[in-house]
Design a protein around this ligand. Structure first.
Ligand SMILES: Nc1nc2c(c(=O)[nH]1)N[C@H]1C(S)=C(S)[C@@H](COP(=O)(O)O)O[C@H]1N2
Ligand SMILES: [Mo]
Length: 307
């Protein structure tokens, strides 16, 4: 067995499950030689968390599926590009600046963000607008808990989420496939909904870079593209913010983007989906199956027009 000194083990190597297990073996080996103290326990990437009654009962996709089949255009447009390229993302130091319509605009370090509220495992379905879906055991905390900290003013009607766009770390940002930085937006009631979370991990461990490390949004009743990755800025606004996908295709990607099997994408049907790992297609559920909890927010709205 090859035992490397701990300084040679990069954080980017720790995240994929196989490598983490490998590292555990390394630690066992190191302990046998009395070297365990040189390896901080935290480096294993485990996140203390509790379970949540808001988790879906669906079978989870595997760690491998969740971390090898991604959309993260900052690292390329291929499904396997993020897993190959996202090692160059530096996740420390990391801050989220919160500004705009709030009484207490402020900057939160990732260390502070990890302590906003107790971390919970939330097993959620993710439905990509392209027609595939997965079930992912996120670790995170309610987005509402973060937004409450800045005391939104009465003018705060929407919230804009802005991802990192650094050409040095993100090769895909050199190509103008989207108007960088990647931005998304939600209405204030959506932001405060208990299902909306900021995820910092999955499968009980720190978020792999390709899944939006160190912190990303997850809004399970909307198409996957609303769940912006690697967020560096949050802006509370009076007017509905622009979003990258809406700018790229205004008649294809609306502001709301609620999962809706009855409203087709102009180029394909949204009635069915393929769960990654399954052969037969499934019927897509209204609001991705979260209708009991979220439909009330859209009462009286024409969801064909406000898609
Ligand atoms: N910054 C950023 N966030 C992003 C994307 C992206 O390209 N850039 N892709 C979105 C899309 S289309 C989907 S389906 C989900 C995929 O999340 P996952 O790779 O963790 O499953 O991330 C979303 N968040
Ligand atoms: Mo997506």
């Amino acid at each position: 067995m090859l035992i490397r000194p701990s300084t040679e083990i990069l954080p980017s190597e720790i995240t994929p499950e196989g490598i983490w297990l490998n590292r555990r073996q390394i630690m066992t080996g190191a302990a046998a030689f009395g070297l365990a103290a040189a390896l901080p326990a935290q480096a294993a990437g485990e996140l203390a968390h509790r379970s949540s009654p808001l988790s879906a009962k669906d079978d989870k996709n595997s760690f491998e599926q969740i971390t090898q089949y991604n959309n993260f255009y900052e690292f390329g447009t291929g499904k396997d590009d993020p897993a190959k390229a996202a090692h160059s993302l530096k996740t420390r130091p990391w801050n989220i600046v919160i500004e705009g319509e709030c009484e207490k605009p402020q900057t939160f370090s990732i260390e502070e963000l990890l302590k906003i509220a107790p971390l919970e495992e939330r097993i959620y379905r993710l439905r990509c607008v392209e027609g595939w879906s997965m079930v992912i055991p996120w670790v995170g905390f309610p987005l509402s808990e973060l937004i409450k900290r800045v005391n939104p003013t009465s003018k705060a009607k929407y919230v804009e989420f802005i991802s990192l766009a650094d050409k040095e770390q993100m090769p895909g940002v050199n190509r103008s496939v989207l108007d960088w930085p990647y931005t998304e937006g939600l209405r204030m009631d959506e932001v405060m909904h208990p299902l909306a979370i900021m995820a910092v991990g999955l499968y009980g461990k720190v978020l792999p870079n390709q899944n939006g490390a160190p912190i990303r949004l997850v809004v399970p009743w909307k198409y996957g593209f609303k769940s912006a990755k690697s967020i560096v800025k949050i802006r509370l606004t009076e007017k509905q913010p622009q979003t990258s996908w809406n700018k790229a295709g205004p008649n294809e990607y609306g502001f709301y983007s609620n999962v809706n099997p009855e409203v087709d994408h102009p180029r394909w049907s949204q009635a069915t989906e393929r769960r990654i790992g399954e052969f037969f297609k499934r019927k897509t559920l209204m609001f991705n199956g979260y209708g009991d909890q979220v439909a009330g927010m859209y009462k009286g709205m024409d969801l064909k027009k406000l898609f």
